[in-house]
Ligand binder design. Structure first.
Ligand SMILES: [Zn+2]
Ligand SMILES: [Zn+2]
Ligand SMILES: [Zn+2]
Length: 340
């Protein structure tokens, strides 16, 4: 990473927020650079939506917050992991309340914590109490938000994602589409303010590992889903920065179970039913840490997301329509969530 950034070619990009984590050389055996129309597509017609500010205009300084308050109907504020932690803990003396002239929420119930990632990511790890939409891709988030407007009425919204990018987009969408909708409904009220976790879960875990004190509790439970061969990282992966993870954290480092034997597991495989590709949790092979991904016995015993898919695997037939578990997820997505 350091030699990579040492090249003069990358000089213009040095101010970008890089988030290195340890991993063996098999994780990235190639460098891939792609030109895309939109990073993490949100599915909104780009011809119809021009966000008012570019992403890197958002800063956390007070002067910037003041200027944002003038420029934006709904200020979006990046929180450092420390401020995010304090806000969730409801600490009266948090830096957020002293630094930020926007009124901090009076009670916990005024905060809605929103995980803007996909369901299989939030299932692997999340911040306790977060609203985790049952979406399979980021493009489904706008619909989910519009359907669940009442969740956000008069609330202070705090969002988080893997590394911070999706929050930038989701909160801009909320400002430009969800806030006006809330303002137009007589029975609903606008969102008070929007905060987002700067650098995402990655940054939070790194901060926690580097700065934790014995009495502090990591508010993230489980593992942080990532998009390379490692699949996910957890607090213990950041231990190069500090002392080893305490016992009480170890119990929180896995919140998922193998779908076959029910042992704590966080390894993801794809359902083998044709056209399903749903990610399923199964035990990992022994010594899987550095080995290439190979099927475990639990995966070989049940290589599908549910009995519907298992039947289509066994009979080698293509299933028609949604399988039983995918149908449940879609039904959950269509149901309006009750606001607290
Ligand atoms: Zn198992
Ligand atoms: Zn399946
Ligand atoms: Zn299924």
């Amino acid at each position: 990473m350091h030699s990579f950034l040492g090249s003069p070619f990358w000089t213009p990009f040095k101010k970008l927020f890089f988030k290195p984590t340890p991993g063996c050389k098999h994780v990235f055996d190639d460098l891939s650079v792609k030109l895309v129309q939109e990073i993490c597509p949100l599915g909104v017609d780009q011809a119809k939506w021009k966000p008012k500010l570019s992403w890197d205009d958002i800063e956390t300084t007070q002067s910037k917050i003041d200027s944002l308050k003038l420029e934006e109907d709904l200020p979006r504020i990046k929180l450092s992991p420390k401020d995010f932690h304090s806000l969730l803990k409801g600490s009266a003396n948090s830096e957020v309340s002293s630094r930020d002239r926007l009124q901090p929420p009076a009670q916990d119930t005024d905060i809605v914590l929103l995980d803007v990632r996909n369901y299989y990511e939030s299932a692997l790890g999340n911040f306790e109490g977060a609203v985790c939409p049952p979406i399979r891709n980021f493009k489904s988030l706008p619909n989910y938000l519009r359907k669940n407007l009442s969740l956000f009425s008069k609330k202070t919204l705090v969002t988080y994602c893997t590394g911070g990018i999706r929050c930038e987009k989701a909160t801009a969408y909320i400002r430009d589409f969800i806030q006006p909708e809330l303002q137009s409904k007589p029975d609903l009220e606008p969102i008070n303010a929007v905060y987002m976790l700067e650098g995402g879960i990655h940054n939070y875990l790194e901060w926690f590992q580097a700065s934790k004190s014995p009495e502090e509790e990591c508010l993230f439970q489980g593992r942080n889903y990532i998009f390379d061969a490692r699949q996910s990282t957890s607090l213990s992966d950041y231990s190069i920065h500090s002392t080893p993870t305490p016992e009480k954290q170890a119990s929180k480092s896995c919140i998922t179970k193998c779908g076959f034997c029910s042992a704590p597991a966080a390894h993801l495989y794809k359902c083998t039913s044709q056209h399903c590709h749903k990610l399923i949790v199964r035990c990992a092979p022994l010594n899987a840490q550095d080995a290439p991904v190979k099927p475990s016995n639990c995966y070989l015993s049940l290589p599908s997301c549910c009995l519907d898919c298992l039947n289509s695997v066994k009979t080698k037939t293509k299933k028609v329509g949604l399988c039983e578990c995918e149908l449940k997820r879609v039904q959950a997505l269509e149901t309006v969530q009750a606001s607290s």
